[in-house]
Design a protein around this ligand. Structure first.
Ligand code: NAD
Length: 381
């Protein structure tokens, strides 16, 4: 089959869904690869690098969509892109079908099959295609880099002829994929790192990475947040109170706070309140990775960086993967390539869209002119 990536249209989006490396792998599956001219430029992949590995570079999105059977994209399609889909074509991209009902209807009406990378079931077998995780990993790392860029001091402690520098203290709130990546980056830079999560099972992971798990003064120190399928559920009012009390104690001590707490299907919980920000030292930095869903910090402004009157920087950017576009494109393109591997069982360039396969079924949101979202729960783990 012919597979190709257009240039992303979303303003400021620097990622691309096909890299020269992923194209080489796709060719080994028997596919022919295409890319829109300039699609990889912002991520550091020039047209010549694609051409050098046998990818056909075409001018303009219209020509790209016409040329291919499978369109690989990063962002959900915009109207102009949906208009270029039709029966017989497959689109693979982030899609967020629950939040994009109209888009889903529009895609269905074209007759194209749509595979939503955000709907890949989070089971062991599908980890290689788990683009939510690969992008969250980058966001967590980049949050620490962004914090460092706005923090006027070292992360690590130093004793030099010019004086003694204490290590920075970093608190990571939420230790899912992004939070664990942030812990890794923070400890690697030498900061004293603390982390908190409502899921007690992550304490061991946090400690094994060299950070300190923040326990609450809660009954038998049991963090509740009754988890559902590995995800967090909303906390009880008593638990939330205990959590906020602990954060109020920590706020004056922390130099950097990175928040990543999310609960599926809800706005992000407010966990870092205005008074906590006001209690922080001048020069401290908060990076709110939950900004897209309203933010964990009461003062976060989506897509903005603000500095409060007491000199605390609050960063609410939502484009962290795009800020590391070479890395994120490489990982995302690899996720797509693995999806294509499962869609090409014969390694013969023939796509078999097997709706009996849990992973393919779970991620497919339109198929043969019908909406196939939400999927049935996966049978395997
Ligand atoms: P997420 O982005 O939904 O949430 C981030 C973190 O915030 C979670 O760890 C959650 O527990 C935490 N959180 C929620 N409310 C909080 C609060 N009030 N205070 C502090 N923390 C709070 O999570 P995610 O990164 O998508 O990961 C969710 C789960 O899925 C994890 O258990 C992860 O290990 C698991 N996972 C499994 C696979 C797989 O098996 N293939 C892949 C990725 C993730």
């Amino acid at each position: 089959m012919k597979i190709g990536a257009p240039k992303e249209i979303f303003e400021g989006e620097a990622r691309v869904a096909l890299t020269p490396d992923s194209a080489v792998q796709l060719q080994k599956l028997g596919h022919t690869c295409f890319v829109e001219a300039g699609a990889g430029h912002a991520a550091g992949f020039e047209d010549s690098a694609y051409a050098a590995v046998g990818v056909t570079v075409v001018e303009g999105a219209a020509a790209l969509f016409d040329a291919v059977d499978v369109v690989a994209k990063v962002r959900p399609p915009v109207d102009a892109e949906v208009a270029r889909l039709k029966a017989g074509k497959t689109l693979i991209s982030f899609f967020y079908p629950a939040q994009n009902k109209d888009l889903l209807e529009a895609a269905k009406a074209t007759g194209a099959n749509v595979i939503a990378m955000d709907m890949v079931p989070r089971i062991s077998r599908a980890q290689k295609m788990d683009a939510l995780s690969s992008m969250a990993n980058i966001s967590g790392y980049r949050a620490v880099i962004e914090a460092g860029n706005n923090f006027g001091r070292f992360f690590t402690g130093q004793v030099t002829a010019a004086g003694k520098v204490p290590p920075a203290k970093v608190l990571i709130v939420g230790a899912g994929v992004a939070g664990l990546a942030a812990i890794g980056a923070s400890t690697a830079l030498g900061a004293i790192t603390y982390a908190f999560d409502v899921r007690p099972e992550v304490a061991e992971q946090i400690e094994s990475m060299g950070a300190e798990f923040v326990y609450l003064d809660f009954e038998e120190q049991a963090q509740d947040g009754a988890a559902t399928g590995g995800y967090a559920a909303p906390s009880s009012p008593e638990f939330r109170e205990a959590q906020l009390k602990k954060f109020r104690e920590l706020a004056p001590e922390m130099d950097i706070v990175i928040t990543t707490a999310l609960i599926p299907g809800r706005d992000a919980p407010i966990l870092w309140t205005r008074d906590m920000v006001e209690a922080m030292k001048r020069g401290s930095v908060i990076v709110d990775l939950a900004a897209e869903r309203g933010g964990n910090c009461e003062l976060t402004k989506k897509d903005e960086k603000i500095v409060t009157p007491n000199g605390v920087t609050v960063i609410g950017y939502t484009d962290f993967p795009s800020r590391m576009a070479a890395q994120s494109s490489q990982l995302y393109a690899t996720n797509i390539r693995h999806m294509m591997t499962d869609l090409t069982p014969g390694k013969d360039g023939v796509v078999v869209h097997n709706m009996e396969d849990d992973v393919i079924r779970g991620a497919t949101v339109t198929f043969d002119g019908a909406i196939t979202f939400p999927p049935p729960p996966p049978k395997i783990a």
